[in-house]
Design a protein around this ligand. Structure first.
Ligand code: SAM
Length: 280
């Protein structure tokens, strides 16, 4: 029995199901249920929501989400060794937890979810950024999710919320801040995990806006930003030369000095540039 539910403590679950952490699966488990409940609270009011969780592992965050009242949790886990432990949680919360065994990069969860939908995950580091980029770049906006509450290495979290002029400012900052609000809401030291990773971690809460902050074509913006930050130390007229011989005119039309560097251009500036490039 624990403080948040009637299930066994996570250390017993790990021992009973022989769930020694595997590096190849990005496994760093959270075993403190008070901490996982706290992360679940950062996801907002879950009582009317379906929650998509990636990588439930032994189920620490899953139990936090359910104890915080999530209407339903759909959890996608690649490591089949975790399934019996997750089945015990499903039995304790009848009808509220569905577990899918598979790779989150290959499964489209949408047909198994009913809106409103929130996403919460202590992400495997090896697939975290790829999943985030996919969530931030769907074909239509608003996306299927209302919010993303995600654990990242601190360095990645800082890139997501970075502002112009900082070293961390880049493609992830633009993608996250153009059509969403992004905030770091918790910091976790390595010792919070078993085994402890080499780096500190942060929880980022991202809320989808109904419409983009500034108009721009998503594909053009994405291409411009990728090129600009790919050679972030170069002046934009050089970094963006691949966009055409008239790139200096486009930069000027967007109110950006051709000698400027990507990390000093605001989100509004990149959107203006995407519009100037699209207007060709
Ligand atoms: N949520 C658990 C916790 O907080 O203790 C585990 C977090 S651990 C950092 C990442 C989890 O993601 C592991 O359980 C791992 O097996 C799982 N995982 C790794 N790659 C995955 C993938 N491509 N799709 C789904 N799950 C994956």
């Amino acid at each position: 029995m624990t403080t948040i539910d009637n299930l066994p403590p996570l250390r017993s679950v790990i021992r009973d199901h022989d769930l020694s952490a595997r590096k190849s699966m990005g496994q760093n488990f959270l075993l403190d249920l008070n901490l996982t409940a706290k992360i679940a609270r950062q996801a907002g009011d879950l009582s009317a929501c379906d929650v998509l969780e990636i990588g439930p592992g032994p189920g620490g965050l899953t139990r936090g989400l359910l104890a915080q009242g999530a209407r339903r949790v759909l959890a996608i886990e690649k490591d089949a060794r975790c399934l019996p432990a997750l089945a015990e949680i499903a039995a304790a919360y009848p009808g509220r937890l569905e577990v899918v065994n598979g790779d989150a990069l290959e499964i489209d969860p949408l047909s198994a979810l009913t809106p409103p939908i929130r996403v919460a995950a202590n992400l495997p580091y090896n697939v975290g950024t790829e999943l985030l980029v996919r969530w931030l770049t769907p074909e239509t906006w608003p996306p299927y999710w209302q919010s993303l509450t995600l654990m990242f290495q601190r360095e990645v979290a800082e890139r997501i919320v970075a502002k112009p002029g900082s070293k961390a400012y880049g493609r992830l900052s633009i993608l996250a801040q153009w059509r969403a609000d992004a905030q770091i809401v918790m910091q976790l030291p390595p010792e919070a995990f078993t085994p402890p990773p080499k780096v500190s971690s942060s929880v980022v809460h991202i809320t989808a806006l109904l419409a983009p902050r500034y108009p721009a074509d998503a594909n053009v913006l994405s291409k411009v930003v990728a090129m600009a930050f790919n050679q972030r130390r170069k002046m934009l007229r050089a970094a963006l030369k691949g966009l055409g011989p008239d790139i200096e005119d486009r930069l000027q039309a967007a109110g950006i000095k051709p000698t400027e560097r990507a990390e000093r251009v605001s989100l509004e500036g990149f959107c203006a540039l995407a519009r100037a490039v699209a207007a060709k």
